[in-house]
Design a protein around this ligand. Structure first.
Ligand code: PBG
Length: 345
């Protein structure tokens, strides 16, 4: 029986009861617990998100994400090398775009020499065996901080798709292995997939942020990429209502039909029910994003001595696996990978 599908191994209708059944027998020693452990977490389950900035040998702390820094391209290459040495299979790059380059039409997103494209090429030039995921969305490039184009007071779906398709091709040509549309426009997966096929990029994976909620937990990320202060209004006309679960299944079904290879649920911990339902319903690799606000909560509480940092980090990540996630995007990735490596020694 698969460990991932969550099916109990003993019948819940069993008529035996205490004292014939003592659940603690299977927990009484480390070896006994190891023997029956259902879920495993390894570095292979992690994706490391990184923030890229201009310059060289530059590292800039992010106030709302203690312990995380924006890195210039040369240092991103070093971090990618570290990912490989820690056994982390993939990284995700997000740019801190100069405010002068942010425009209403987000044209910097289509510049083949923009920050994420340069970082991607630099990592590829270093011949590192690590997957590179790039967000497909316009928010690091728009003057108003939205993921799409603002026409009047509306985020224009179809005009945005045209820009996302171009951004996808530019990023793929820079060397992105996985395109990750996180914009929540309708129909973008089909448009991106057909443009990739037409351009001969048959093997580029699409990881659709199919179930992405309008969440307060993205706050620190918006500081990290510098879009928070610019954001006009909120993203509730395109990101999902946190009250909805069934709607996530419709979103995912559409994106699978349109050609997504991987599905992302975001945020993570408050949405483990969605991770479970999606992975169980569709049996497609389902990833979860432990977002910036989730990172900040654990980091801040640990900083105040309110909880044990290392234990909280590993427990939080294990919970994603137990819920059915194939992998987790997490800012804890390098730390967790080191903890897992040291525990195995
Ligand atoms: C934007 C994007 C966001 C995140 C990843 N891509 C923020 C948003 O939708 O406003 C959030 C990630 C995090 O909070 O760690 N396309």
């Amino acid at each position: 029986m698969s460990k991932r599908d969550g099916t109990p191994r003993t019948s819940p209708t069993s008529t035996a009861s205490y004292p014939a059944i003592r659940m603690r027998r299977n927990r009484r020693a480390p070896w006994a617990r190891a023997l029956v452990r259902e879920t495993m977490l390894s570095a292979n389950d992690l994706v490391w998100p990184m923030f890229v900035m201009e310059g060289s040998a530059k590292s800039e702390a992010i106030a709302s994400m203690p312990g995380i820094a924006r890195l210039s391209v040369d240092l991103i290459v070093e971090a990618a090398r570290e990912a490989v040495s820690l056994g982390i299979p993939a990284i995700a790059l997000f740019p801190y775009t100069d405010v002068k380059l942010r425009t209403d039409d987000a044209r910097e997103a289509l510049n083949p020499d923009n920050l994420v494209c340069r970082a991607t090429r630099a990592i590829k030039a270093a011949k590192l065996d690590v997957g590179i995921m790039l967000d497909v969305a316009l928010d690091p490039y728009t003057s108003h901080g939205h993921d799409g184009l603002l026409i009047g007071d509306e985020i224009a779906n179809d005009a945005t798709i045209a820009a996302l398709v171009k951004q996808s091709i530019v990023q793929t040509e820079a060397g992105a292995d996985v395109l990750a549309p996180s914009d929540m426009m309708d129909g973008r997966i089909a448009a991106i997939r057909s443009a990739l096929e037409a351009a001969g990029h048959h093997d580029t994976q699409i990881m659709s942020y199919a179930a992405k909620y309008a969440s307060a937990f993205y706050g620190p990320f918006r500081d990290a990429v510098g879009s928070g202060g610019l954001l006009k209004g909120d993203k509730r006309t395109y990101q999902m209502d946190p009250a909805n679960g069934d709607e996530a299944l419709r979103e995912v079904a559409l994106d699978i039909a349109e050609g997504a290879d991987l599905i992302m649920v975001k945020p993570g911990m408050p949405y483990l029910d969605i991770v479970r339902r999606v992975s169980e319903t569709f049996k497609i690799p389902t990833l979860a994003y432990q977002v910036s606000g989730e990172y900040a909560m654990i980091a801040a509480a640990a900083d105040k001595g309110m909880l044990d940092y290392d234990k909280a980090v590993l427990e939080s990540l294990l919970a994603f696996k137990r819920a059915g996630a194939a992998a987790v995007l997490t800012y804890f990735a390098p730390h967790a990978a080191r903890l897992l490596r040291d525990a195995a020694k």
